[in-house]
Ligand binder design. Structure first.
Ligand SMILES: Cc1cc2nc3c(=O)[nH]c(=O)nc-3n(C[C@H](O)[C@H](O)[C@H](O)COP(=O)(O)OP(=O)(O)OC[C@H]3O[C@@H](n4cnc5c(N)ncnc54)[C@H](O)[C@@H]3O)c2cc1C
Length: 387
């Protein structure tokens, strides 16, 4: 009989989509796992996002997205309260500049022929989405599954607990390293031993890896979402075509000669319809926003695209930080220079759409599976933490 390889005890730091998915995958393979979350499950962006599982246009993220959708289908089968819609709702990229939409559709069609983006305007657009302002043109792409923002995180946490993961909520943890090797985590100044520590702490990851602050490949990028109760919500996910930061369509927008308004003062429009709540955004801010100020700006911008937003009751407004990496791709896998220290973070605006795929890759690396983390996604591309 083959000797069984001993599995390490793993401490996962962070109870967002990435940490909870990783904890569940590790426990399913028989590892002993403790998950530490300093606030509550989904307390960060994983509970406060816009709620769409969407195919990224960055080719470097597409495989992670496809694996994530397959993992979500398996999560559904576990009956832990999560459901991904059978079909995507469709994404409408909107602009008042019809030539921009023509170019965007041509460019997306050339890069991703399988998506077959189409231009929709005039009466056809009104019939498709009667709530839109009259002078808009749209590029329709058949992507985007609306989901409850925290749904997948709670479901993975439920599954993890069922598989024996110890959830330590309200516990702040930091990796403990001795002689270049991870020995566990420090919680309330006490060492809790573990052979492997996986840091999945979103925008707070860099500070945990290197408390000296010199290793900084991930920074917080703040977003505000206003939850509106539209009487007749759209069926599609809506996004302003000029909003290239999250979409990765900047080249087309620049080639069309579109001047950007300053994101520090002007939001871009996005709307994700869920059952009865339409999540309206979007901001990309370097510092924590003043909610009252940004609520007004977001609603003003949104009402130029969906006039009904101006009259819709507001259910709430929330802000949170995206874990934005300097090159727009996540950091996955072992950190050079410290045995047993792994990272899964830096998903920026795509964590709900790609996080479980990333978690799966990192878990395979922790378990020593012969599966390579692509160099573009490897945490090691930023070198060892100098601290
Ligand atoms: C406004 C907005 C809208 C978005 N919309 C979408 C969308 O529609 N689709 C999409 O795919 N993505 C979206 N995103 C991005 C997505 O939400 C994030 O990429 C994702 O949630 C990041 O998940 P995470 O698990 O890496 O980090 P987080 O969700 O930030 O989780 C990290 C957790 O670690 C905990 N933590 C930190 N430090 C410690 C410590 N020392 N000890 C213990 N716990 C600690 C935190 O409390 C937090 O709960 C959006 C983001 C924003 C801000």
């Amino acid at each position: 009989m083959m000797p069984t390889r001993a599995l390490p005890d793993v401490a996962v730091v962070g109870g967002g989509i990435v940490g909870t998915a990783a904890a569940a995958f590790l426990a399913a393979e028989g590892a002993r796992v403790t998950l530490y979350e300093r606030e509550g499950l989904a307390a960060g962006a994983s509970g406060r996002n816009s709620g769409v599982v969407q195919r990224p246009f960055d080719p470097g993220l597409v495989e992670l997205f496809e694996e994530t959708v397959a993992l979500y289908r398996r999560l559904e089968a576990e009956e832990v309260g999560f459901r991904l819609p059978t079909e995507p709702a469709g994404l409408l990229l909107l602009s008042r500049q019809a030539p921009l939409i023509q170019r965007l559709a041509a460019s997306l069609g050339a890069a991703f022929p399988e998506l077959a983006p189409e231009v929709v305007e005039g009466g056809a657009l009104r019939a498709l989405e009667p709530g839109l302002a009259a002078d808009l043109t749209a590029c329709r792409v058949p992507i985007g599954y609306p989901v409850p923002p925290a749904g997948a995180t709670y479901a993975y946490a439920t599954l993890a607990e069922r598989l024996g993961v110890r959830l330590r909520l309200g516990r702040e943890a930091a990796p403990a390293v001795e002689g270049g090797r991870t020995v566990g985590v420090r919680v309330d100044s006490r060492l809790e031993p573990a052979g492997v520590v996986l840091i999945a702490a979103g925008p707070w990851t860099a500070a945990l890896v290197d408390p000296t602050g010199r290793w900084q490949p991930i920074r917080p990028l703040w977003g505000v979402v206003v939850e509106t109760l539209l009487a007749s919500p759209p069926r599609h996910v809506l996004e302003e075509a000029e909003m290239d930061e999250a979409l990765g369509t900047g080249d087309v927008v620049a080639a069309a000669g579109i001047e950007h308004e300053d994101p520090a003062t002007t939001p871009s429009f996005s709307l994700v319809p869920a059952a009865d709540v339409s999540a309206v955004g979007s901001t990309f801010l370097d510092t924590e926003p003043d909610l009252a100020v940004w609520q007004i700006r977001i609603l003003e911008r949104a009402s130029r695209f969906v006039p009904g937003v101006a009259e819709a009751p507001i259910r709430g407004v929330r802000a949170c930080a995206r874990p934005a990496s300097v090159d727009g791709l996540p950091l996955l896998g072992p950190l050079p220079g410290t045995d047993g220290l792994f990272v899964a973070a830096g998903h920026g605006p795509w964590g709900i759409s790609t996080g479980p795929g990333s978690a799966r890759l990192v878990v395979d690396a922790i378990l020593g599976r012969p599966r390579t983390i692509p160099p573009d996604l490897a945490a090691a591309r930023f070198g060892p933490a100098p601290g």
